[in-house]
Write a protein that binds this ligand. Sequence first.
Ligand code: ADE
Length: 343
Amino acid sequence: MREFAAMIIAWQKLHGRHDLPWQHTRDAYHIWLSEIMLQQTQVTTVIPYYRRFLERFPNLAALARAPLDRVLELWSGLGYYSRARNLHRTAQTLIAEHAGHFPRDVDAVQALPGIGRSTAAAICVFTHGSCHAILDGNVKRLFARCFGIAGYPGDAKVQAQLWRQAQLALPRQEVEAYTQGLMDLGATVCTRGKPRCAACPLNRRCIAYKSGRIAELPAARPRKTRPQRRTQMLVLVHSGQVLLEKRVASGIWGGLWSLPEIEADGNIRALCAQRYGAEVSGHEPLPTIAHGFTHFKLDIEPHKVMVTHVIPRAAAPGVVWLSLEEALGAAIPAPVRRILAAL
Ligand code: ADE
């Protein structure tokens, strides 16, 4: 096993990534932020978000002081918004109860909201070089192939086997280069489709490669079709402005600004009058947008609604009229951004 780690480390030094914006720092805040953003999101997508976030919130105190809305704005389009809510809540807890210090102990790190075992390990490895095993999606694939671990990695038994392997493979030294090497190899060589096995430092010992089972390992998620749902969204347009409504804190897109929704056969005119005091001269369908969530698929049928007059009344709570530009700068989900950007 020592040899496995040595190969990863040697490969990382020669062929790994060395200039990602969260490398070359030991700042726990920076590393924590990067690891949270990198959960479920690729490096190239994360980089501009990471830079903007740190420009706006350069340290834990700045993040803790900010209203959640400002944080969600910077997260807009990155998805999985509970990550941003947890980040914000954790920053406030650390400032209020831990004198603004990020915990050092891996179990204390893992106890923070939104941080699982692998993320806690990565944070501790990169902030103080302590020795912990990581096992994110890419690394599961790499271990499943190299050590010939069959079964779906999401399955608890298979996962336990992968963790044991990850633990056994840990080196005593250079754990940062080793950890980064696993991530880099998983992301750039041992990819899901068309892995570059000829360029892999592990090919001579990789069980999947040697037995021609690269395409079969790791086993795919047992096929469960995600349910298909549909909804209609209304883009109320009046005097160059559009209406956004804040979503309730729980559920999908909790706390984000979104477009009003209406059930499939709902009456658009009546709803706009009742809920928003808006008189409507007409409406027209816009192209359907398909959006995938982890547990279901959603078809969004947007309608552009021409509003001639808004009855002045005490503004409904959680409703705003914004210029298109302002709306695009708000904390809105990615499909709402697509709808507005296409107007
Ligand atoms: N994926 C998760 N953490 C990462 C990191 N620190 N660098 C590159 N990819 C990652």
